[in-house]
Design a protein around this ligand. Structure first.
Ligand code: ATP
Ligand code: MG
Length: 290
């Protein structure tokens, strides 16, 4: 049951939102799609939902065309901005949505997965922002979907709801569902994601496991205080992204910290407050999309 983009381009007028996108989603895997605003993440999801057609290339969803009704019934989606049935209670909204699907999950199970059990009788229009996101998530999974498309799920959720959300993701993954999720929170996604796909300007810059991505982009951050000025720090071998502030505190990135530190010692300058830390995945991401 293939879900894949093959050489997909999508243009809106003269905006090329997607450029030669190739990506296949696998059952039981959670793929996290990351990228700055306007990278093309929501556009990619709208193609999988059949809400828009690719300008070039092909999009296959669960082995077929996403515009087909039988395929559509096997997809659950949580849009970036969702319109909720504001007059209905949480329970009623879930019952209504469940009635659209042949084999829905039970409302009580979904209430629990979305951490909404205590809010079941509250009307959707009376939920807080984060609670509304939880209802949107509950509506996305009520149909017992094989493919889940989730656009920025945790934006606006508090720490407890985020934890509940990620726990639900683990459970849905273990049931063999295919999950594509977009997020701006890399550190949060990397624990649950099997794959991280980083996009910018409609193109994929990286597509790998969180572990491989971290080691492939391994960088070390070095900082120290000295009398060296910006140009001198920049001359240290392997130094990049150098910033020296007015107080003489230098910060830089390097892939060869040993060579850099030995060159620093050889300058004969005295330095203090030396700190050497492994760059985080977040920093690697920022470098990639800069
Ligand atoms: N219907 C549309 N008409 C014209 N341009 C569009 C349309 N939809 C998206 N775009 C443009 O396509 C590009 C990709 O937009 P998209 O919504 O896919 O980005 P995104 O990665 O989801 O960003 P964000 O992180 O802000 O949600 C942007 O430049 C956007 O302005
Ligand atoms: Mg978006």
């Amino acid at each position: 049951m293939t879900t894949a983009f093959q050489n997909v381009g999508k243009a809106f007028g003269n905006v090329q939102a997607l450029n030669d996108l190739n990506l296949a989603l696998r059952p039981g895997e959670l793929t996290a799609l990351l990228g700055p605003n306007g990278a093309g993440k929501t556009t990619a999801i709208s193609l999988l939902l059949g809400l828009a057609q690719p300008t070039t290339g092909t999009v296959e969803v669960l082995g077929g065309n996403p515009a087909r009704d039988d395929i559509r019934a096997r997809i659950g989606s949580m849009p970036q901005e969702s319109a909720l049935p504001l007059g209905l209670t949480v329970q009623e909204a879930l019952e209504l949505f469940a009635s659209f699907y042949p084999v829905p999950l039970s409302v009580s199970e979904v209430l629990s997965l979305a951490d909404l059990t205590s809010l079941a009788r509250r009307r959707a229009g009376q939920l807080s922002g984060g609670q509304k996101r939880r209802l949107a998530f509950a509506l996305a999974i009520i149909g017992n979907p094989e493919l889940l498309l989730i656009d920025e799920p945790t934006t606006g959720m508090d720490a407890q709801s985020r934890a509940a959300f990620w726990a639900a993701m683990e459970g849905l993954k273990a049931q063999g569902r295919t999950i594509l999720l977009t997020t701006h929170y890399l550190e949060e996604a990397e624990k649950t994601a099997d794959r991280v796909v980083i996009m910018n300007a409609g193109r994929i810059l990286a597509d790998d496991t969180p572990e491989n991505l971290r080691s492939a982009m391994r960088g070390t951050r070095v900082s120290f205080r000295s009398e060296l000025v910006q140009a001198e720090v920049q001359r240290l071998p392997g130094a990049s992204a150098v910033v020296v502030d007015a107080g003489g505190r230098a910060e830089l990135q390097t892939e060869t910290p040993e060579a850099l530190l030995s060159a620093l010692v050889q300058t004969g300058t005295s330095f203090s407050e030396l700190e050497v830390t492994r760059a985080t995945l977040e920093e690697a991401y920022l470098r990639l999309t800069a």
